[in-house]
Design a protein around this ligand. Structure first.
Ligand SMILES: *Cc1c(COP(=O)(O)O)cnc(C)c1O
Length: 403
């Protein structure tokens, strides 16, 4: 069934719950930055499965690692160890030890929301009775499970599911006084993104993150950084917090970690992780060998490519091209996590539709902001091709506005 037929199928013929709206296109093949739909039309994927496919589609090293592991061992449960998960945990702990200066331990999950669930439980156990509140920011996104939805600072998303779990408090993004006022002895942790992703690509300043670190230290609260979208080289550093010079206590990961294999992790400094005891947390699929085979391949390949440097270099090229376009009034973000702010009168949703038609996949994160998250392996030619398509799409709107 092509996407068009799918869209118009009667509701009882659609096998999916209607939470995502009608899909725009049906894809059946991808390679690097390119995708092909079921009619054979080619697209450049500048969304990369929402910052997931950072090494590009069907990466041969990742594909081979998964295929080999599938013939060896998929899963054994957490009553037993497997060498693939141990290797992946050591690799991530090493990356985060280098970035934070602290030894740590991690818990493997299957998604970003589960990584944050683990962090929230860890913070509550660490804080103890009476010190259980999680402070997060307005405009943030932390997941769709009930607790991570409660942490997500978008009240309209809460409304249909009231009552929300208790113990979550939101403060305006970037406001140091507001977060200082909110973080008192009842607060277990601050949960915060280095760059708000779903919220519109809004980077934290180094000053803000340093202030949050200090405020957490003064109050005895944990600083938990949600690196689910920013992690694994996306922003030009291994982790987004590295732009700010702070060292978090807890880091949550997912998205690019498996290049499309559903896998995530909650990492904490060893002294923080130590509050968990056997039985406090778990997941049938935590650290399953097949998922961790993808993680190992992703980290090896990212290290071989020097993925952070790649993201920084490609990002600079993309920003230069975008800033020169009529209709673009600003570009926010870091590395290859970019929000393109359109001039007044231009419509990001319309640009998304026109670009999809032209063969470029982006997404609109606000009425005036397009988000770009291409694979870090994107070529300079593909960047130029995308810039030209965005130029064309914006020019169509500019001319319509003139007419
Ligand atoms: C995507 C995302 C999540 C949720 O991840 P899922 O895998 O969809 O559960 C949480 N936090 C941030 C910052 C994200 O970008």
């Amino acid at each position: 069934m092509n996407a068009h037929a799918f869209h118009h199928a009667p509701m009882d013929a659609c096998p999916f719950m209607p939470v995502f709206g009608p899909p725009a296109v049906m894809f059946d093949r991808g390679r690097g930055t390119e995708l092909w739909d079921s009619d054979g039309k080619r697209y450049l994927d500048f969304l990369a499965g929402i910052a997931v496919v950072s090494l590009g589609h069907s990466h041969p090293v990742v594909a081979e690692s998964i295929a080999d592991q599938a013939e060896q061992l998929l899963h054994v449960s957490n009553f037993f160890a497997n060498p693939v998960a141990t290797e992946a945990a050591v690799k991530i702990n090493t990356l985060l030890r280098d970035a934070t200066g602290h030894n740590g331990q991690l818990f493997f999950t299957n998604s970003g929301a589960e990584s944050n669930e683990c962090a929230i439980k860890l913070a509550r156990k660490h804080g103890g009775r009476g010190r259980h509140t999680i402070v997060s920011t307005l405009g943030s996104f932390h997941g769709r499970t009930l607790a991570t939805l409660a942490a997500t600072g978008q009240p309209t998303k809460h409304e249909p599911f009231q009552p929300m779990p208790a113990g979550f408090h939101h403060v305006p993004w970037g406001d140091i006084d507001a977060i200082r006022a909110a973080v008192d002895g009842s607060v277990a942790a601050v949960l915060i993104e280095p760059i708000q992703g779903e919220g519109g690509v809004h980077p934290a300043t180094a000053e803000y993150f340093r202030a949050v670190r200090e405020i957490c230290d003064d109050a005895g609260a944990l600083m938990m950084v949600d690196e689910i979208q920013t992690g694994f080289a996306r922003t030009g550093r291994w982790f987004g917090f590295e732009h700010t010079g702070i060292s978090p206590d807890v880091v949550t990961l997912a998205k690019a970690m498996g290049n499309g294999m559903p896998v995530g992790a909650c990492w904490a400094r060893t002294d923080v992780a130590a509050v968990f005891e056997p039985g406090d947390h778990g997941s049938t699929y935590s650290g399953t060998a097949i998922a961790c085979s993808a993680v190992n391949a992703v980290i090896d390949e990212m290290q071989r490519l020097d993925a952070p440097a790649l993201a920084e270099r490609k990002g600079a090229h993309l920003v230069d091209g975008l800033r020169a376009l009529h209709g673009v009034i600003g570009v926010r973000g870091a590395g290859l996590m970019l929000g393109v702010e359109l001039a007044e009168g231009l419509d990001a949703k319309q640009a998304y539709v026109d670009l999809l038609d032209a063969g470029l996949i982006v997404n609109a994160v606000s009425p005036t902001t397009i988000r770009l998250l291409p694979p870090l392996t994107v070529s300079d030619d593909e960047l130029d091709e995308a810039i030209a398509m965005i130029d064309d799409a914006l020019n169509v709107q500019l001319h319509e506005a003139d007419a």
